[in-house]
Ligand binder design. Sequence first.
Ligand SMILES: C[S@@+](CC[C@H](N)C(=O)[O-])C[C@H]1O[C@@H](n2cnc3c(N)ncnc32)[C@H](O)[C@@H]1O
Length: 252
Amino acid sequence: MASKNRASLTHKVRYAARNPRRVPPYARRLARDAWLRMKTRDHVGYYRAVMRSDASRTPFGAVGTPSEKRWLALGELQFDYLVKHGLKPGDRMLEIGCGNLRAGRLFIDHLDAGNYYGIDISPDILFAAEDTLVRYDLQDKLPHLTPVRDLQLEFLPAAHFNVVHAHSVFSHSPLDVIDECFANIGRVLAPGGFFDFTFNRTEGKEHQVLREDFYYRTETLVTLAAKHKLDATFMEDWEANDHKQSKIRVTA
Ligand SMILES: C[S@@+](CC[C@H](N)C(=O)[O-])C[C@H]1O[C@@H](n2cnc3c(N)ncnc32)[C@H](O)[C@@H]1O
């Protein structure tokens, strides 16, 4: 539920009592993440190291769906939503944090050749994305897959993308990363284009867990978007599905 504070000691103690078998893996993750934080300079470097560690075990797990069935379902959920909102083969799409193309493979198949551009901070998950292209026979669609250091987007053309999509990326991002994205997204959006992103919504205190999962109030993100002269709309129709995150659409 949107108001739960997963960072609070009360929540952690209650959760551990209800799920004793999850305590050892959580403790291992806590230790690993502390080690990775020590070795890296900033959030993006840290999260890139988390992705390297997770992807070396299973790329499906690294994007949050260890079972292939859930991986397929989460991809379809994203794809069906955008098609319902009018995604056409001629659209030019940028996917921020494309992962191993859980949804990207469906976007690539749907869009005209060359019209999909996926970026990610993790080279390791992009290697897995290439495996997905091979597995689904999508080579002829010639998608672009590019590792990025940050979200300045300065290497991309202005006013180019009708649709920008980021699923389960800001749920792993501190506010300064989202701020950087908002500062630059307006430049690459084509006239009439939109940027959809999901986020972990809380109606209580904003918090984070292990610097991996971040929880925001809707108004924080709407206000941040306005600072960059972007209009943000909470997407009520997305709430009807069983996904834990909420969605906001931003236009320039
Ligand atoms: C949970 S996965 C979701 C992947 C994909 N969007 C999907 O739904 O299958 C989050 C992805 O976002 C990437 N990511 C996290 N922070 C990012 C950032 N600041 N810029 C670009 N990619 C980022 C991660 O490397 C990872 O591949």
